[in-house]
Design a protein around this ligand. Structure first.
Ligand code: NCD
Ligand code: ZN
Length: 345
């Protein structure tokens, strides 16, 4: 039985750090374990221009405790007004690693997102030309499409047509939640990858709804049926280079989640690696954990893997707080529903 595992230091290819007091409270939770993370730009107001991204990066670095090292990989929030030249300039200066497409209204703070992809063609073509990846929140927003079908419909109606119309555009389908998405990604030989979250490998839609509504399990895209959870676990543990970790750790203060209209997002940064080790061990794939957390992501983004390491050891139950305090109120951690035994040492 394996009881110790040393990995190249992991990266998080999809992370929400927020701003202000929450940023200060959650940043160390990621920086403790991850060397780099793709930072989501859905602040209020969003991180739209190179200038916004530079200012946000400075705020993140200023919030980082002195004894920690962490590299925020910045993204720009794509709007119908985004200027292709600003994007190209931000990329050339090394400031941004990706651009994020939110369909308007699809998720938290996405109101300034894209309503009509025809209006961002110029940006997408520029990105294909310069090799800047597009991270996509893959859900349609049409009121008449069932929320559990929105990812699968997005692939057919938006993602596949956009990729066909923009050859060479490198796309990351963020936080995939369905077997349909896994199948689509594996059917594409090039220019497409996908992030998978920790929580979508642990919960299905019953966790949210059975025995009372559980707001801390509500996130977007919403967790689907069990069959989809199993497809995500199989993809993540397969070693297929197209799949890599993006925790989508998305803190909201508890009153905003425990509400008649609760916010979407699961906060997993503090114990994500302990949960992942548990999942990979369950799937008899501990030897592929490093591939998922530390190798496939950098390879997709054309970056070198980290040269430092992190060790996980198996022992007594890991103790972690139920919630962390922030200057903006408490934030409850995701409850995996089983004891964790893998410690980050
Ligand atoms: C994210 C957030 O809160 O910003 N919420 C979530 O449920 N994942 C937004 C997102 O990634 O969709
Ligand atoms: Zn997210």
């Amino acid at each position: 039985m394996t009881t110790s595992l040393t990995l190249r230091r992991p990266d998080d290819w999809h992370l929400h750090l927020r701003d202000g007091a929450i940023l200060r409270a959650v940043l160390p939770e990621s920086a403790r374990h991850f060397a780099r993370a793709i930072i989501m730009p859905n602040l209020v107001p969003p991180v739209v221009t190179a200038r916004d991204a530079r200012a946000y990066r400075d705020r993140i670095l200023a919030a980082l405790p002195k004894e920690m090292t962490f590299t925020p990989l910045m993204t720009l929030y794509l709007t119908e007004e985004t200027d292709p030249a600003d994007v190209a300039h931000a990329h050339a200066s090394g400031l941004v690693t990706a651009v994020k497409l939110y369909p308007a209204g699809a998720t938290t703070n996405s109101a300034s997102g894209v309503r009509d992809v025809d209006r961002v063609r110029g940006v997408l073509e520029k990105m294909a030309e310069i090799g800047l990846p597009l991270c996509v929140h893959g859900e349609v927003t049409d009121a008449h499409i069932d929320i559990f079908d929105r990812e699968a419909v997005f692939i057919d109606r938006v993602l596949d047509p956009v990729r066909r119309a923009t050859p060479g555009l490198r796309v990351v389908m963020e936080h995939v939640t369905t077997r349909d998405a896994v199948d689509y990604v594996t059917s594409q030989p090039r220019d497409l990858g996908a992030t998978i979250t920790t929580h979508h490998m642990v919960i299905n839609r019953n966790h949210i709804l059975v025995g009372g509504i559980k707001p801390h399990y509500y996130c977007l895209p919403v967790a689907k049926r069990e069959d989809h959870r199993l497809a995500l676990r199989a993809a993540a543990t397969s070693g297929d280079p197209r799949f890599f970790l993006g925790t989508d750790s998305a803190p909201h203060a508890d009153p905003a989640k425990e509400s008649a209209c609760g916010c979407a997002g699961c906060f997993t940064a503090p114990h994500t690696l302990s949960i992942l080790a548990h999942v990979f061990e369950d799937e008899d794939a501990l030897d592929r954990l490093e591939t998922f957390t530390s190798l496939n992501g950098p390879a997709f983004y054309g970056l070198a893997p980290n040269d430092t390491t992190l060790t996980l050891t198996k022992g007594d139950a890991v103790r972690y707080p139920e919630r962390i305090e922030t200057g903006d109120g408490p934030v409850t951690l995701f409850d995996p529903g089983f004891p964790l035994h893998w410690h980050v040492t």
